[in-house]
Design a protein around this ligand. Structure first.
Ligand SMILES: Nc1ncnc2c1ncn2[C@@H]1O[C@H](COP(=O)(O)OP(=O)(O)OP(=O)(O)O)[C@@H](O)[C@H]1O
Length: 328
């Protein structure tokens, strides 16, 4: 199997060179505390996310990545093995892959990810900046003699990267992403509506609020005073206001990448536009605010949630690209 893997903080997407997207689910496992390692896994991906907040307390939800990087080798290895199985890997069949990594990740963090992947049976495996992979997935050639700039806003991190002719010219990373936006929505409900909601409800409300900005939405949670289940009606505009400080902060951090670019590079980006992807780029008004702040045209990727995995799969067949940008 030849795979492109976007192992994100929030979602894992796997693209097979021949079959297209073969796995696209939350980056999550549900483990049973104690017991042998194999018996420990109760669910992975969407099944684990569905059980979040429902499973008995001896089942522990585990997110294998934090801020886009591996923090525990054993968990990452176990998770990758399960993902490969779900992606249709037959026992002992060889797997080659390119895996996306944040541009701001350290050599040690990349080493951890590559080791976990090798121990999960992926050989050879190459790490590639998610921004470069996403650009390739959107049809950009990062080896061109033109400067391109992309912005990737995910669950755990956001980054802006400018690159040209095989090298990165400038980048900025924000440790804020969709997860903090979801937390801001929970906080707003608790403080303004005295309603406690789970992570999934808060995320669902955040996403639903984007479909009708003038509408009102019903959300279910626990009353802050009595602890009893209760419904509340929330205006979409309130949700947008709760999320805005996070998006403003992300944009402020990422816009600083422009300070490192020479004038000719800015001219290239001005004519091409800044490409934006990642799930949190779908927050209503994000692209417009980014455009205003950068003073450059911004275009949203056609497949903002899957272009990194698709680009990573394409990169697998592009030796010059991996030689220039790959991190083995
Ligand atoms: N329509 C939407 N509106 C707002 N947010 C959205 C929407 N769809 C997805 N998201 C958010 O996008 C985030 C996930 O995006 P993505 O899958 O690109 O991140 P990731 O690659 O897992 O994370 P990272 O790149 O930080 O490691 C989640 O926080 C999710 O709530």
């Amino acid at each position: 199997m030849d795979l492109g893997i976007d192992l994100g903080t929030a979602n894992t997407v796997v693209s097979d060179v021949h079959r297209g997207i073969v796995f696209d689910e939350p980056t999550m496992m549900l483990l049973r505390s104690g017991g042998a390692r194999r018996e420990k896994v109760l669910a992975v991906g969407s099944e684990a996310a569905d059980l979040l907040g429902r499973a008995p307390s001896r089942f522990v939800p585990v997110r294998p990545l934090h801020d886009g990087v591996v923090t525990d080798l054993e968990t990452a290895r176990l998770y990758l093995r399960l993902v490969l199985q779900r992606a249709g890997r037959r026992v002992w069949s060889p797997v080659r892959a390119v895996i996306g990594v944040p541009v701001g990740s350290t050599a040690l963090e990349n080493r951890a990810l590559l080791e976990a992947a090798q121990e999960a049976g992926i050989r050879p495996v190459t790490a590639l900046d998610e921004s470069i992979a996403g650009a390739v997935g959107c049809g950009i050639d990062p080896l061109e003699r033109r400067v391109h700039m992309v912005v990737d806003v995910g669950g755990g991190t956001a980054e802006a990267v400018a690159f040209c002719f095989g090298g990165v010219l400038a980048h900025r990373t924000s440790k804020l992403g969709g997860d903090e936006m979801t937390l801001a929505v929970s906080r707003h409900l608790r403080e303004q509506h005295q309603l406690h909601v789970g992570e999934l409800e808060a995320e669902d409300l955040k996403i639903r609020s984007g479909t009708d900005l003038n509408g009102s939405l019903v959300v279910q949670g626990r009353d802050g005073a009595t602890g009893r289940p209760r419904l509340a009606t929330v205006q979409a505009a309130e949700v947008a206001d709760a999320v805005r400080p996070i998006t403003d902060e992300i944009i402020r951090t990422l816009a600083a990448a422009l300070d490192d670019l020479p004038p000719q590079a800015i001219a290239d980006v001005l004519s091409e536009g800044v490409l934006v992807f990642g799930g949190s780029s779908l927050v209503p008004g994000f692209a417009q605010e980014l455009e205003r702040s950068l003073g450059l045209p911004v275009k949203l990727a056609e497949d903002p949630l899957t272009c990194v995995a698709e680009g990573a799969a394409r990169a697998l067949r592009n030796r010059p690209l991996l030689a220039a940008y790959g991190r083995s």
